[in-house]
Write a protein that binds this ligand. Structure first.
Ligand SMILES: CC(C)(COP(=O)(O)OP(=O)(O)OC[C@H]1O[C@@H](n2cnc3c(N)ncnc32)[C@H](O)[C@@H]1OP(=O)(O)O)[C@@H](O)C(=O)NCCC(=O)NCCS
Length: 251
């Protein structure tokens, strides 16, 4: 093939590749928008409650028995978040939700909420990606049966309003976290965590906490960030973000 024709062909191929790339991304964005789940656009899902302004990004993770899952208003559920109630799809778990997610929650992509009895997230709980929360553990004390075939044990889980769960954290059955608790990335949390505490490690221990008397102890290693850049008003920021930035319960 003459050189000029080869160049023309290569240029045409490059243009086609660029156009195909753009088309694929445009099509995927369209699929994501159409596949997202909300109460206006529920797709095949029938949640116990799906509050106004809440959205589940597409693609979803495994979601089943969603009639036992209640999601408050203005929540963002990231891509591939698994939310399951009970062992298997198709179970009637009664009228009360097994998983309750409060208003204004953000669940990071790839996270799992695996509920069998009760998982309750208060308002404005935010999780990083790939957080695992479950209220069930396998029983293992019968030495004659495989662990997977022994009757499991349920313990309700509660995560207080305003808490923030770092990426990769595991919240074990029976964990009860207070208000505005910080769970450090990769922590494994069990038992009670008081309000306004930072927990870290596996098993997670309190590494910083707040009391009216002593404030935050140990003291922070860094200055608090300036919430408002110079010349920007709180109203302008709120308008930009479109969120209510007040802490939960504040007037
Ligand atoms: C917990 C965190 C918020 C820092 O909080 P902090 O109050 O500033 O804590 P500090 O950095 O002062 O650390 C306090 C102690 O906890 C330890 N610690 C902090 N993060 C830890 C973690 N992920 N795992 C284990 N220990 C941790 C520190 O080493 C320190 O211990 P030391 O005093 O023995 O050195 C931060 O480390 C973290 O994990 N952020 C999560 C990030 C994330 O997941 N982002 C995506 C989600 S949106």
């Amino acid at each position: 093939m003459p050189l000029a024709a080869a160049r023309l062909l290569a240029a045409a191929r490059a243009r086609t590749r660029r156009a195909t790339g753009r088309a694929v991304h445009r099509a995927w964005r369209w699929v994501q928008e159409r596949g997202a789940v909300s109460n206006q656009q529920p797709g095949p899902y029938r949640f116990h409650t799906l509050g106004d302004g809440s959205k589940l990004a597409f693609p979803l993770g495994t979601v089943f028995n969603e009639q036992s899952i209640a999601i408050g208003p203005f929540c963002i559920i990231g891509e591939r978040v698994t939310m399951s109630a009970g062992f298997l799809p198709g179970l009637d778990l009664g009228p009360e939700p097994v998983i309750r997610i409060g208003g204004g929650c953000v669940i990071g992509r790839g996270s799992h909420l695996v509920g069998h009895q009760s998982i309750v997230l208060g308002d404005d709980v935010w999780t990083g990606p790939n957080v695992y929360i479950s209220d069930q553990a396998h029983e293992y004390r019968d030495t004659t049966l495989p662990i997977g075939k022994q009757w499991p044990r349920n313990e309700p889980v509660e995560i207080g309003a305003g808490s923030w769960i770092g990426t990769g954290a595991v919240i074990l059955p029976g964990a009860r976290l207070g208000r505005n608790v910080v769970v450090a990335a990769g922590s494994v949390v069990r038992g009670e965590v008081p309000d306004f505490a930072v927990v870290a490690g596996a098993p997670a221990r309190v590494v910083r906490s707040y009391s009216e008397l002593d404030g935050w102890q140990p003291p922070f290693r860094y200055e608090a960030p300036q919430p408002l850049p110079e010349g920007v008003t709180a109203e302008q920021l709120r308008a930009l973000v479109g969120w209510d930035l007040r802490p939960p319960g504040a007037e």
